[in-house]
Design a protein around this ligand. Structure first.
Ligand code: HEC
Ligand code: HEC
Length: 450
């Protein structure tokens, strides 16, 4: 009885948090939005000529729908930040595994001003169409949080996720939704936006802001962001062979007594269907990543990024399927597993960007237990979680279940081989965007618009 009551209260608080999230993302109250809607006619802002170093607008892709093209234009538009110059693409460019941190080399993203340094490493926005909604997955004795966008799973859909960066002061730094909408209304693709969402769309900034998310999400679902054309994909389709080093790397990656990587980063080389190998099951784990001292908020020794337990989100409420003896505290310090597709192209790895070299990532997995001082300093105790949560770090699964005396899980050579295998997960380079072609005629209609 008591449990049921607690659970329904938690469900209520989930809903509350969700609604709060929505209104924060929207950035506008209904009355504010109505007020803005009444300022008619809206003066049409002047279009500024782009600065010399601005990125070229995206080429319209002939195989995209109008909605997808719109999303692509918005994604690459450097005019949508404050000050201008930082587009989504600055932190998610194809050449850096879709996670480029806007040129920052300290492992976390730099925003639209040199002073705005964020708290986390950019994630790849490729292959995100497979991310399930946030949930607690219960299999036998195992309870794992799974899914949701961001390292902490705080956004349920790509549509909602896409609205976050515009208003984040450490990213694109817009004051509110209405100012983003004004910039879109002054953009070269404003007409396309109206054609897609209705000629009056800009007079309702709340609605227009939501539609920005709809367009970006449609673009992110296109095959341009899930091309599945890596060497690995060709390999499972029998089109190419791996060299001996790559083949051994895959073996070590899958071997349940060696890397055991595939137990989490799911793959199925016996299926010729690339989407059966996403290299993640979207579950959350605390893996004991060392603290990145270069992150500004880490200058405070009592600050800890607890992932699922905040501070960038509120703790999620446990759902009815979770056994009553499990508390949310058990998941503090967990982060959502990333896909390893294109991981070799990145400049920094893990939620806090601690690693700057992919080989170090694999060495960490191989030696976290055998040589903890190498990663955590003289005490040899995980240093990026409060002591109360160090017990949440996964230690009951290969390669994390070894006593120090058992030595590294992988030899130096096997580490090199795993790295060679990870490099086969990089997609073929994409075409650089060309100049904007004339407005589109005769593209497929958007199924979302009535
Ligand atoms: C200043 C750098 C920066 C900019 C600009 C930026 N992002 Fe991100 N992006 C990040 C960081 C950092 C994260 C991880 C944040 C977190 O987990 O709290 C992220 C996460 C994401 C994710 C989540 C991927 C996943 O697997 O859950 C998507 C999708 C994404 N961004 C898309 C976008 C879009 C769309 C835009 C433009 C509207 C954008 N980003 C602008 C840095 C940036
Ligand atoms: C217990 C599950 C688990 C196992 C086993 C595991 N990983 Fe991971 N992996 C994760 C999680 C969770 C993250 C994200 C952790 C974070 O950032 O806090 C991650 C992140 C990564 C990343 C960084 C991705 C990025 O975009 O920053 C790489 C690379 C990686 N793993 C490779 C491997 C390799 C190689 C192995 C085997 C030696 C392995 N993993 C074994 C769960 C696992």
């Amino acid at each position: 009885m008591k449990v049921t009551k607690q659970r329904s209260e938690s469900l209520f608080s989930t809903l509350r948090i969700f609604c709060l999230g929505l209104s924060l993302l929207g950035g506008l109250s209904v009355s504010q939005a109505q007020n803005l809607g009444q300022q008619q006619p809206q003066p049409r802002p002047q279009v500024q000529p782009p600065p010399q170093n601005a990125l070229a607008p995206a080429a319209s892709q002939p195989n995209f729908t109008r909605l997808e093209n719109l999303g692509s234009q918005i994604f690459r538009d450097p005019a949508l930040s404050e000050p201008r110059g930082t587009s989504c693409n600055n932190c998610h460019s194809a050449g850096s595994g879709f996670a480029s941190n806007n040129g920052s080399r300290i492992g976390v993203a730099q925003g639209s001003t040199p002073q705005s340094i964020g708290g986390r490493n950019a994630m790849s926005n490729a292959y995100t169409s497979f991310i399930p909604k946030f949930q607690f997955r219960v299999t036998g004795e195992d309870v794992d949080p799974v899914g949701g966008f961001f390292w902490d799973g705080r956004a349920d859909t790509a549509e909602l996720q896409a609205l976050g960066p515009f208003l984040n002061s450490l990213e694109m730094n817009n004051k509110d939704a209405a100012s983003v909408v004004r910039k879109i209304a002054a953009s070269p693709y404003a007409q396309m936006f109206k054609d897609e969402f209705g000629s009056q769309v800009f007079s309702n900034p709340t609605l227009a802001f939501q539609k920005i998310g709809v367009a970006i999400a449609a673009f992110e679902r296109t095959s341009s962001l899930q091309p599945f054309n890596s060497k690995y994909d060709q390999f499972i389709q029998g089109k190419v062979k791996f060299n001996p080093q790559e083949a051994n790397g895959m073996k070590m990656f899958m071997d349940v007594n060696k890397g055991n990587c595939a137990s989490c980063h799911l793959m199925n080389p016996n299926s010729s269907k690339p989407s059966d190998s996403l290299f993640t099951d979207f579950a959350f784990y605390a893996t004991g990543i060392p603290r990145n001292m270069a992150i500004p908020r880490n200058a405070n020794p009592s600050f800890f990024d607890l992932g699922l337990c905040g501070p960038d989100r509120s703790k999620p409420a446990l759902t009815n399927n979770v056994p009553a003896n499990i508390s949310i505290e058990k998941f503090c310090g967990t982060f959502r597993m990333a896909s390893l597709r294109n991981t070799a192209e990145r400049k920094a790895w893990m939620h806090n960007g601690f690693f700057k070299d992919l080989r170090d990532v694999v060495s960490f997995y191989a030696t976290r237990n055998s040589d903890p001082k190498r990663w955590y300093g003289p005490k040899g105790i995980a240093n990026d979680l409060p002591i109360a949560y160090v017990g949440n770090i996964i230690n009951d699964r290969v390669p994390f279940n070894r006593p120090a005396s058992a030595g590294p899980a992988l030899t130096e050579r096997e580490i090199d081989d795993v790295v060679a295998f990870l490099k086969t997960l990089s997609d073929a380079p994409t075409q650089p965007p060309g100049p904007t072609p004339p407005p589109l005629v005769g593209v497929r209609n958007n199924p979302f618009v009535n």
